[in-house]
Design a protein. Structure first.
Ligand SMILES: NC(=O)N[C@@H](CC(=O)O)C(=O)O
Ligand SMILES: [Zn+2]
Ligand SMILES: [Zn+2]
Length: 350
């Protein structure tokens, strides 16, 4: 039941612990959509070519800071794209110098721009050992890529075949399972009491696989990991509203132009930056757990990343339906904004 009596909610300013900002014209167009509400974001490194070294991260961060809208206070937290050639000492230096907050593991071929990702996990073990030693988190796209594994099973199979063995070999490594989509992942994180957390996206709290496929194919709901059946969505909502510090927001807002999405082989990714906070307030309100929103968006993430929560606040006000653009224009083409399929009533006051 919704919290009918609550019509205004002030929370610490949120952070986004998984975000794609892209580069160039796209970066300039999408960055303000995040900085309007969020204070910090873990910025994904899957550019072409990827952000691999400390030097790449410094340059990318400079481009992000140069694209910030006038007056915005926003801190990009940079990540390094783990390859089989990554130098452990470069990672150590990057973390200790405050250049890179985390390292990102893409199994090769798992998702958008992951061709340089890891095939042989033994090859990256020295990097993971350094990270364990210095307490630097590893963000993981947790899907196997074997073509014989059903796409809806790729996350649970990753947990069994990759994550569990990896955690045995490097038990002190601090891991974030990114954009979890299954009850299996929620259970695994909940049953693990050390060095493991998970981000949950806005869209996976709202859509299930029917939204993508029933009544006609909806490319704007296609992302990876692909949304699963309804029971899994419900498990994600339960985890998000539980207040359990191991679960926090990573929107995975992943802009692609409409021409890139609407084609025979369309790109994976959903652009949720413009309306994420309104969507989340709606989800938490519908569950009668608005009081847990702040933990999910503003407290649990900093705690895992060992950073202080933001001091400033945002206020959400319930009212008439929120208007937001159906798409934003970029020099590369229009980018469609996530449509949750219901009216949003929570306005973020600026
Ligand atoms: N989530 C997605 O469907 N796409 C992301 C990559 C990713 O996070 O896997 C992207 O970069 O477009
Ligand atoms: Zn991913
Ligand atoms: Zn992502």
């Amino acid at each position: 039941m919704p919290d009918r009596k609550i019509t205004s909610l002030t929370i610490r300013r949120p952070d986004d612990w998984h975000l794609h900002l892209r580069d160039g014209a796209m970066l300039r167009a999408v960055l303000p959509e995040t900085t309007r509400h969020f204070a910090r974001a873990i910025v994904m490194p899957n550019l072409v070519p990827p952000v691999v070294t400390a030097n790449d991260a410094v340059k990318y961060r400079t481009r992000i800071l140069a694209a910030l809208p006038e007056g915005a206070t926003f801190t990009p937290l940079m990540t390094l794209y783990l390859t089989e050639e990554t130098d452990p000492e470069d990672v150590r230096t990057a973390h200790q110098a405050g250049i890179a907050t985390a390292v990102k593991l893409y199994p090769a071929g798992a998702t958008t721009n992951s061709a340089s990702g890891v095939r042989d996990f033994e090859k990256v073990r020295p990097v993971l050992e350094v990270m364990a030693e210095i307490g630097m988190p590893l963000c993981v796209h947790g899907e196997v890529t074997d073509s014989d594994i059903d796409i809806f099973d790729r996350e649970p199979v990753f947990i069994d075949k990759v994550l569990k063995p990896l955690r045995k070999k490097v038990p002190d490594l601090r891991i974030v399972m990114e954009h979890v989509t299954t009850q299996d992942a929620v259970d695994y994180v909940r049953d693990t009491h050390k060095n493991l957390a998970a981000t949950i996206t806005t869209h996976h709290l709202i859509i299930n696989r029917n939204h993508i496929l029933a009544g006609g194919i909806k490319p704007h709901y296609y992302c990876l990991p692909v949304a699963k059946r309804e029971a899994h969505r419900v498990a994600l909502v339960q985890a998000a509203i539980s207040g359990d510090p191991r679960f926090f927001l990573g929107t995975d807002s992943a802009p692609h132009t409409d021409p890139a999405k609407l084609q025979t082989c369309g790109c994976a990714g959903i652009f949720t930056a413009p309306n994420t906070m309104s969507c989340l307030a709606e989800v938490f309100d519908a569950a009668g757990q608005l009081k847990k929103l702040e933990a999910f968006t503003s407290l649990n993430g900093p705690k895992f990343y060992r950073l202080p929560p933001n001091e400033d606040t945002i206020t959400l006000q319930k009212g008439d339906p929120v208007s937001y653009p159906a798409h934003i224009d970029t020099e590369d083409g229009p980018v469609t904004v996530f449509d949750p399929g219901f009216d949003l009533h929570w306005h973020v006051q600026s």
